[in-house]
Design a protein around this ligand. Sequence first.
Ligand code: NDP
Length: 309
Amino acid sequence: MIRVLFAAAEKRWAEYEAPLRHALDNTGLDYELGLDFAPETVDYIVFAPNGPIEDFAPYTACKAILGLWAGVEVALRNETLTQPFARMVDDSLTQGMTEWVTGHVLRHHLGMDAHIVNPDHQWVTKAPPLAADRIVTILGIGELGAAAGAALAGLNFNVRGWSRSAKDLPGIACYHGEEGLTEALRGADFCVLLLPQTPATLNVLNAERLALMAKGSFVINPGRGPLIDDAALLAALESGQIAHATLDVFRTEPLPQDDPYWAHPRVTVTPHIASETRAGTASLSIAQNIARHEAGQPLANLVDRSAGY
Ligand code: NDP
């Protein structure tokens, strides 16, 4: 019998208990799921950073910690979390991100704002270019970036992707490494950031790299706030190098009321809602991962602590 401890914010239990039991039932494993077990008897912990556990040291028999979040930078700050740690990969989270990214790219590509807000009722007959005439560069082509890239490629955008390791993805021109980043951004009409927050990705979109993009291009950030050098982005917006930035994530969240992004006429702020883990599909992902591990297979979606994601 295995013990699965649910250690996320209390309100999540109401959401997750039934789907998690259902998914675990379907694995055929003999299990107990609950909110409170003697720490040394726990086999798996389902975890979110704002949950009840701060000290993981007493969980001496814990075989793995299964995160409910795709981003892991907060969890990795906890030095007591030394057990194998799998992050969340959830079909619904991926689908939601694809929809958000595609929607915001299409908004700017089609110039929708000019028609949604047109107080002077101007009749300007300028049709937008075709997607095939636009370059969309996605920084980070993992679970989320690759799926968004595939959807955009399906709409005929010229999609480029940048990652740490070399990749070969259908419909996406793949780049990696420092030189690859320069090539990926050169002349891009859009930069979509879907990198994790690590020491290596801090301020990755800086003044020099913003200058590589096409004049009047667009920045879309559903990744993490610290990926962008904020002062450099504001300067690029001021100069017209960047026409508009759509930002979902920020260094400080909620975004402080006096932050210049709120008032900027060419910045759209969305409150970290690009996508979220959904209990039904996330429970399947967790139960399947536990079943894999119990069957002697390696855990899926393991975090590489040395890389920070
Ligand atoms: P993955 O780990 O699957 O993908 C990360 C990608 O970033 C990979 O392609 C990886 O390269 C690349 N990468 C990492 N470090 C570097 C580096 N130093 N240089 C170049 N490329 C790098 O993550 P996900 O796609 O699942 O998620 C991405 C991020 O999205 C999360 O970390 C989180 O911050 C954010 N997110 C935001 C949400 C929101 O609502 N706003 C919701 C969910 C996630 P490689 O392929 O070589 O490993």
